[in-house]
Design a protein around this ligand. Structure first.
Ligand code: 8Z2
Length: 304
């Protein structure tokens, strides 16, 4: 991306713990004794998130690239947040299409290997990054449209739900939903809130308890996606939708989006630390670790 803006990076001591990984992932360098350093955005070579800007149209396409299944590793989450921040600071960009570079998979959701067999400090760091991704996407001032070009379970579905509009490929093998209960885990309240805000309370209750994964036509019926189109039209349709949303004056649309979404985001913002503690103690339980390990084994056996 031909960005030339200068971004001030705060001293590492002031950054959140997971930002150390972000520094490494993005190649940020801090001089010895560092009180912050100015670096050109051109140097932020991202590996797991590709950004294709179209300044003339005022849009960008953001593609997740973490093969084979775009699991949301700490590294991918970190790059996603930084890429979004860069786009939000770029005055030429007003809308973004989120999609996948991995054939047939939008995202397999949270990376199970980040939640299995690690220590509590790692779980806390990981969960903070998951929260950060959701808050940044959900409250983004940009118009966000999801071009769901593959399977989108759990955390993959959550990313799509943060967007202003969802276009899905019509392949019945692609499914979308919050299937956490099938793994023996529970969708956190803010996943649930985002779903309720999208498809309503009754449909969410059923979908969440049963861990339903909806094929595209059912996802459309329940309101989890807004449009289903042939696979080769997903990105172009998403770009057309983006243009429609961008026809609205930004300030009016942004204030309206904020009015609709802030109360939901505030529920998490008011209890971020408690939510991290909850996650760490839940995920550290032996029974939960066993469930996750069995689920991972099942995924691997499926191949053999
Ligand atoms: C109180 C409340 C407190 C809070 C309580 C806690 C809240 C937690 C919330 C959790 C949210 C989540 O997102 S949990 C994640 C949920 N995700 C899922 O259930 C999706 C699982 N994956 C799948 O269904 C499939 O992989 C699918 C995406 C459809 C693609 O199928 P394919 O046949 O193309 O590919 P596969 O052969 O299955 O997978 C290829 C490889 O990727 C691995 N893989 C697949 N999904 C993976 C994943 N999510 N994380 C890591 N690795 C994954 C497989 O093990 C394989 O590894 P190798 O064999 O080594 O190659």
């Amino acid at each position: 991306m031909a960005l030339t803006a200068v971004i001030r990076v705060p001293s590492r001591a002031l950054l959140r713990p997971w930002a150390r990984l972000r520094d490494a992932a993005l190649g940020w360098i801090e001089p010895a004794g560092g009180g912050g350093v100015e670096v050109s955005a051109q140097r932020f070579a991202s590996q797991k998130v590709l950004v294709e800007p179209d300044p003339a149209a005022g849009v960008a396409v953001m593609k997740f690239k973490n093969p084979p299944v775009n699991s949301l590793s700490l590294e991918l989450l970190t790059e996603l947040v930084i890429s979004l921040e860069k786009l939000e600071n770029d005055k030429t960009v007003r809308g973004v299409v989120l999609t996948s570079d991995c054939p047939g998979i939008f995202s397999a959701g949270l990376d199970l290997t980040e939640m299995c067999g690690r220590n509590p400090a790692h779980y806390a760091e990981y969960w903070k990054a998951v929260q950060e991704m959701w808050l940044r996407l959900y409250l983004s001032n940009l118009v966000l449209v999801a071009a769901i070009n593959g399977a989108s379970p759990a955390g993959g579905c959550l990313i799509a739900l943060t967007c202003d509009y969802r276009v899905m490929a019509d392949n019945p093998k692609y499914c979308i939903g919050l299937n956490e209960t099938l793994l023996g885990i529970v969708a956190p309240f803010w996943f649930k809130d985002n779903l309720v805000n999208t498809i309503g309370h009754r449909a969410s209750e059923r979908a969440l308890q049963l861990g339903l994964l909806f094929p595209p036509t059912e996802a459309l019926q329940v309101g989890m996606v807004d449009k289903v189109v042939p696979k080769d039209q997903v990105q172009s349709t998403a770009l057309s939708v983006l243009a429609q949303w961008m026809a609205i004056p930004d300030h009016a649309r942004q204030l309206t989006k904020n009015m609709m979404r802030k109360p939901t985001a505030d529920r998490l913002l008011k209890q971020r630390d408690a939510d991290i503690q909850n996650f760490v103690s839940f995920i550290s339980r032996d029974s939960i670790q066993k469930s996750l390990q069995m689920y991972l084994e099942k995924l691997k056996q499926k191949k053999g």
